[in-house]
Each structure stands twice: as structure tokens, then as C-alpha cells.
Design a protein around this ligand. Sequence first.
Ligand code: NDP
Length: 379
Amino acid sequence: MIEALGIGHLFELSRTEAIAGFFTPLAVFAVFLLAQLILPARRVPGYVIDPETGRPREYRLNGILVFALALAVWASGITGLPHDWFYRSTIPAVIGGTAFSAVFTVLAVCGRPKAKTGSLAADLWHGRALEIALFNGRFDVKMYLYVVGGTMFALNALSGAAYHYERFGADSNPGVFLYAAFFTFYVLDYFVFERVQLYTYDLIHEKLGFMLIWGGLVVYGWLFILPLWGMAAHPDPGFPPVWTNAWLIGTGALFLFGWSISRGANLQKYTFKRWPDRKFLGLIEPDCIEAGERRILCSGLWGAARHFNYLGEGFLALSIALVFGYPGNPWAWTYFVFIVSLFLWRQRADERYCAEKYGPRKWAEYRARVKYRIFPGVY
Ligand code: NDP
């Protein structure tokens, strides 16, 4: 079965290696916790209001430093771990990471006030607390999840590329290296704009239950490289040079196109929330619908579709499906299928929250003005 799926190479660890793989996430979680606490950070006010003070919550942001340090440690090999370790140990690591996430969930949920409608099972899944800060406010659990998840995502992608190179050498697939480069860039960009993340769905709406904790640590950190499980085991597809160039340049352009839409929309919303009257990039006038003290942005990228940022993620995911040069292999499509499903669900969930926050009448006015959900002219 495993061989038929084309992932037999991920099941070749010795017993000792498998045990080490199981505990790798725990070691990673501990090291990242220390790094986030020790490394300098900038303190910024966030978007979410602290119910105790009535003022914006404060965050210590140092994701970019943690990311740079982790990358340098991995690249130098100073820990003695082989470069392909994270990739080769991915199966026991996912099992171990899931088990530790379950323990963290129990700690994050139990002892906190019950959610209004939830059973214990629902509370464990969705969480009870919107925020948890530790060490006298020095450490924000949600931001920690994304620092670990994002950094491990990039390291797992790079580790998969290292495995691929060791296995195929001169016959390596350049698409695998481009894939690793895409996601290293993607995560770097995330940390460069870490403050913008304070204005996004997870920070505003999600509670700290298994879905967010496991999703942030294990799904984002380890499982997002699912396409590599299958694709790292295939050599260069062997296209003629002119096709190779067209394929690599084409997927690179598609990736950048998707990224520009997504980053552009997120930055426009962030600019609008912080400086409501400022033109985005000095060009796009903020046009909005007033809903009491709130304002719904409906110009620029937010006038094209109500969640145009998700379309950018969709194009980016399509570039991932195509980057390996094996479009007929289902592994290549796993990230795309996940992203499309996630965002189709999330767009609807976010609109339900927004209709509550902005009021059904104002939200209906916005829907009439910006007709499409994600893809202008299509959906
Ligand atoms: P958004 O950044 O769109 O955040 C949603 C919130 O933004 C809403 O709850 C609302 O909050 C505010 N908002 C929505 N529409 C408007 C509007 N027209 N005017 C004013 N405020 C509005 O969504 P996400 O957090 O889901 O996504 C952020 C980025 O992260 C996206 O690019 C997304 O694609 C990416 N992402 C990527 C993932 C991946 O796996 N690759 C996973 C998750 C996210 P309020 O009104 O309270 O401000």
C-alpha cells in the first residue's frame, strides 16, 4: 500500500531513528520557545482588543530573528542533524507532533470557562480562550504557533530538497528546488510582514483549541509539504531545454502573481485599518461603507472580490501543483486541494462573523456592491 502510494522512502527509518523522529517536534517546540523568549523583539500594539484593559493587546514580535537563526543553524549543520533529517523523519514527527499538540490542547482548554454552546469535545477542538499570554506577557501562544509552523514549513521544504539532491544528484528535478525556494520566500515574507498578521482571521476569531494548535504547529509546520512526500522521490522529468525554461519561468511567474494579489490585499486592509484615510501605495483611495464605528473597505483589491486575498493563495497553490513537472501525479495537487477547500470554507465562515459584526444590513449592502466572493466574474 505504502509502496503503491509512492512514499515507501519515508518508512525506511531504523527503530532508534523513528523514536528520535517522534520526539523531534518536542525538541523543536522547546528550542523555539526559548528562542522567542530570549531574542530581542519589538513590542507593538495589535488589532484585537484586550477585554481587561479595553485597549489593543500588546505583542512581542521577533519571528524574523527566530526564522533567520533557525535557517542558519540548519544550514550550518552545527547540531549534527543531517540536512534531510526533518524530511526523512516526517512520519514519526507528525505522529509525535500530534500527540504533543493534544497535550498542549488539554492544558490550553481545561480549567478555562466553558464556551457557551460547546460540549467538552467541541471545546477541545475549537478551544475556549481567544488568547493566552505567558511569562508576564512576553510570550503570546498564537504568535508562537505561527513562528514554529512557518519556520518548520520552510525547513521541511528545504530538508526535502536536500533529500532529493542526495538521492538523485545530477538527475535532480529543478522543480523540487524551486518549490523549496518558493516556500522559503513565502515564509520570509510572512515574517517581514509579521505585524500585518495581527489583523487576520486567526488572530481575530480563532480560539486556542486542537484545531489551531495542531493546525499551527503540525499541519503548517510539517504537513504543508505533503506534495514533497510523493514528488521528492521522482527525478528530473526530462523535458527538452526550451520546455524546462518555459515550465520553470511560467510557474515562477504564477507564484509571484498569486503572492502579489495575496500580499497586496492583506497590506491594503492593514493600511486601511491603521490609517483609514491614507491612499494605499499612495494610489488607491480608500472607499468604504460606514457601519456605526466600523468601516467596510470596498475599493482596490477589496472591491474586486470580498476575499480577493484568497484568490492569490489559490494561484500560488496552483503554481505549487505545476512546479514539479508531473501534473499527472496526484501528490503534486495535494496542497492545491487543501488550500481551495480551506478557503472556500473560511470565506463563508468569515462572512458569517462579518455579517454579525457589521450588521446584516450593512453587510448585505457590501455584498451588493462587491458581488463576487473570491474570484471576480467566476465565484
Ligand atoms: P483576512 O485577512 O481577510 O481576515 C478576515 C478579517 O478581515 C475579517 O474577519 C474582518 O475582520 C476583516 N475584513 C474582511 N473583509 C473586510 C472588508 N471588506 N473591510 C474591512 N475589514 C474586512 O483573512 P485571513 O486571516 O483568512 O487571511 C489572511 C492572509 O493569510 C490571506 O492572504 C490568506 O490567504 C493567508 N492565509 C494563508 C493560509 C495558508 O495556509 N496558506 C492559511 C490562512 C491564511 P474585522 O472587521 O474585525 O477587522
